[in-house]
Design a protein around this ligand. Structure first.
Ligand code: ANZ
Ligand code: ZN
Length: 803
């Protein structure tokens, strides 16, 4: 009888041995084939590890462990994305330095990850808040600055009224702050920006060269939002200035019956004195300023606006004079901040025209109802009308013809736009990387010399954000006042810090050579390890983090810092783990499961197995304690199997096919996110072993090896107990023989005079005579009369003809 399975003993024992042996240390031997598996490093929050974390970590731990057994030098690292608001907010509330808060949270997280037996190479642990790390984040910023891709500008930003911080568009979800859920308003501030827009095209093209799951590619493309159309210049009646608009439908120019300026459009201030209804316009602008882009562009929102009296424009194709309005459905941050409105064929314009009683002129025909009744936006079958030289053309033809016309007359040009905006890179907070720039009255914005890096965060009295929107660093005169690196005169340091996205935009580079203080990583390390072979992360990071890091990487490639244009060869995403009531886990819903409890009561191996068995990896899954128990029972059965162990290094004839089939299935399922079916295959194999009531040493060894990546502790223990050589983590991944994966016996039907009577089981390659013999035996008394013919269709059917 085997000793009972005590997961606590087994797991602590092996975790200690693996640590002592540095079992999962990545080798610097660059002659071996490499494999770089990456999971998104966590934000070490005060809540500790969530049961959602182990899902992706276990999945790639499986891949990493399997690759080691296949002879690869594997890099599977872990670190901490530790700058950010929650830590800072906690620090403010509890009067503890964010550094200390971070340290405590990291310790807790690390302990939890350790208890789950992940094969991370802890010698490569990184932390974005470590000056030795953020030195290089700052270094990359300086490179961007020197390349003209970082600039400071006054711009309306999304301002969270509660966090008192500027947010990137991406951080505003449904009109509220992504982090705290409070109202977001617009506020004009001087901000550091990164010109990600300059990389829009490269970021689209790069997607053709990588192996990302389709929905990730699609969300990257949608986020970049490439749009093709034209810019058109309208004359402003009686003035020098032209009003330039962007349109995707230059074909509809004859149908433009009014213009709309965004409330922030600079022409409004310029003509302030000539605008007859200035009060009204100004009041409207103020109201618009309080809304987020999201609210402003929501289709269902009732349209609002004010006509600018004293300003009008001329439609350049028919010379008609048309009014100019302002409305908040036109954004300053897209195109030119102004539009030509074609109410017959644009839904927003149509609603606006209906509300304010503006003319609606049909220029594309094909609708069954009048454009006075409904907007007509079909571009596939519409034909141009009321449009002079465009009449009779299709929309596509008319677009081209109009663009040629505009270009010839020099009143317009072909233009591609992107939804993507430049990246707001300033945060008015303490707990982030200082921006290594100095402002000098004489020299402007001057970068620090590289030798001055890292520019460390100073110790401050208070990290409270200020009401006037300045960073707490601004209050530190000692730190702020400095000398200009350029003219040595008096200068001031930049007091904004970088957003949390900064440190995570390049962390995978640092893992390749984490202790280097001469470079962000050595050329040799980067050449060898890049690109990341497989990166798995949450669906919520497939727009921002993924795009930002691809942008930095592509920039570093152009700067010849990294050897390849794309950072990640393969990108997959996992589904969320929901509470047992099917809702997102949260404290307020009371459905949170703490992984520590599961590890304590059932073991890390059970938790790992369960999280892989819970359902299709890319879909969300509902937590079930019964499911956890089922996985525990499975491991108990694996444990008890040692009592059925018999001699023999090979496979028994009864199980041979099953063994080869299981190796094949598990090997390929581990590669294709089908962890659940891989585990099911192992469960089925074990059932067969119990049925046979014996398991050879060879079968047992293979089973343990296949299961090891999922449940590393129990398999290591059983390996040792059975007396196999070395450690299981050092063993070789089992191989299978394709020809042995097919059943060696088959079932064939037996007919008498063409009527099905019974079936027999025979060896696949059995000779005809033997098959007929067996068929007759099986028929017994049912075979009467004189046999006149015996037919065998190999592998399919026996037919005996009698008279
Ligand atoms: C005239 C027109 C006629 C338009 C028509 C559409 C249909 P995408 O595809 O998203 O690029 N637009 C341009 N700049 C805008 C801004 N700053 N704020 C809000 N709307 C803006 O959309 C481009 C279209 O959105 C442009 O083409 C413009 O309306 C509007 F039958 O021009 B269109
Ligand atoms: Zn200077």
């Amino acid at each position: 009888m085997a000793v009972p399975y005590n997961h606590r003993e087994v797991e602590t024992k092996w975790q200690k041995i693996w640590d002592d042996e540095k079992a999962f240390k990545t080798s610097d031997d660059y002659s071996k084939p490499k494999y770089y598996a990456l999971v998104e490093f966590p934000y070490p929050s005060g809540q500790g590890l969530h049961v959602g974390h182990p899902r992706p970590y276990t999945a790639l731990d499986i891949v990493a462990r399997k690759r080691r057994m296949q002879g690869y030098n594997v890099l599977y690292p872990m670190g901490w994305d530790a700058f950010g608001l929650p830590t800072e907010n906690y620090a403010i509330k509890n009067h503890i330095h964010p550094k200390i808060v971070t340290k405590n949270n990291v310790e807790r997280f690390k302990g939890q990850l350790h208890s789950l037996g992940y094969s991370f190479d802890w010698d490569r642990e990184i932390n974005t808040t470590d000056p030795a790390y953020y030195k290089w984040t700052q270094w990359i910023f300086l490179k961007l600055f020197k390349a003209g891709l970082a600039y400071k500008t006054e711009m309306p930003i999304n301002w969270c009224t509660s966090c008192k911080v500027g947010l990137a568009n991406e951080e505003v979800v449904n009109g509220v702050c992504e982090r705290c859920g409070s109202e977001v308003v617009r506020k004009v501030k001087s901000q550091w920006m990164l010109k990600i827009t300059e990389y829009a095209e490269k970021l689209i093209e790069g997607l053709d060269t990588v192996d990302y799951i389709e929905r990730v590619k699609v969300s990257q493309k949608n986020w970049i939002g490439k749009s093709q159309g034209a810019e058109v210049d309208f004359a402003l009646t009686g003035r020098e200035d032209k009003l330039r608009v962007y349109t995707t439908r230059p074909d509809t120019l004859f149908g433009a019956t009014y213009m709309v300026l965004s409330p922030e459009h600079p022409l409004i201030d310029k003509y302030r004195d000539e605008i007859e209804n200035w009060e009204e316009v100004a009041a409207y602008r103020e109201m618009a300023a309080r809304k987020s882009d999201f609210e402003r562009t929501e289709l269902s929102k009732e349209k609002t606006g004010v006509q600018i009296k004293g300003l009008s424009a001329t439609n350049p194709v028919n010379q008609k004079e048309i009014p100019v309005w302002i409305s908040d459905y036109v954004l300053m941050t897209y195109g030119t901040g102004a539009i030509m409105a074609v109410p017959a064929h644009d839904e927003r314009d149509w609603e606006f025209a209906k509300k304010f009683d503006l003319p609606i002129v049909e220029v594309v025909s094909g609708s069954s109802v009048s454009v006075q009744e409904a907007v007509y936006s079909d571009v596939a079958s519409g034909i141009l009308v009321n449009s002079g030289f465009l009449d009779g053309l299709s929309v596509a033809e008319a677009k081209e013809k109009m663009i040629s016309f505009l270009e010839e007359k020099k009143i317009g040009r072909r233009k591609t736009n992107y939804k993507l905006r430049d990246w707001v890179f300033s945060r008015q907070r303490y707990w982030g990387e200082p921006i290594p720039i100095v402002y000098c009255e004489k020299c402007g914005y001057v970068p620090l010399d590289e030798s001055e890096l890292p520019l460390e965060l100073p110790e401050v009295e208070s990290y409270m954000p200020t009401d006037n929107g300045e960073s707490p660093l601004a209050a530190m005169a000692d730190w702020v006042n400095t000398t200009c690196p350029c003219c040595k005169g008096q200068a001031k340091r930049e007091t904004d810090t970088m957003p949390q996205w900064a440190g995570s935009s390049w962390y995978y580079l640092r893992y390749t050579d984490p202790h280097n203080n001469q470079a962000l990583a050595s050329k040799e390390a980067l050449d060898y390890w890049l690109p990341v072979d497989w990166y798995n992360g949450g669906m919520e990071h497939t727009t921002l983090h993924l795009l930002y890091s691809r942008f930095w990487h592509r920039f570093l490639y152009d700067q010849k810092v990294v050897p390849c244009p794309e950072p990640y060869q393969k990108r997959t995403s996992h589904g969320m783990i929901l509470g047992s009531n099917g809702e997102k886990m949260s404290k307020s819903r009371g459905n949170v499961v703490n992984p520590d409890d599961i590890v304590r009561d059932y073991g890390a191996d059970t938790l790992r197995t369960y999280e892989m068995f819970i359902g299709a990896f890319d879909l969300s899954a509902i937590w079930s304690e019964d499911g956890v128990k089922g996985c525990r029972r499975f491991l108990e059965r694996v444990w008890k199997l040692q009592e059925l162990l018999t001699e023999g290094d090979g496979y028994s004839p009864e199980l041979e096919t099953k063994m080869h089939q299981t190796i094949k299935k598990v090997s390929s399922d581990f590669e294709s996110l089908k962890y659940n079916t891989a585990i099911a295959a192992m469960m089925s194999l074990i059932n067969d072993m119990y049925k046979r009531n014996a398991v050879t040493r060879g079968e047992y060894k293979t089973l343990l090896t296949l299961l090891n990546p999922v449940a590393p502790h129990i398999t290591e223990e059983l390996w040792q107990t059975a007396g196999y050589e070395g450690r299981i983590y050092q063993t070789v991944w089992p191989s299978y023989d394709e020809s042995k994966t097919v059943e060696s016996t088959i079932e064939v039907g037996v007919q008498v005079n063409g009527k099905m009577r019974t079936t027999i089981t025979i060896p696949r390659e059995e000779a005809k005579e033997a098959v007929i013999e067996k068929a007759k035996e099986a028929l017994g008394d049912r075979l009467t009369g004189t046999v006149v013919k015996e037919i065998y269709v190999p592998g399919r059917i026996v037919n005996i003809v009698v008279k």
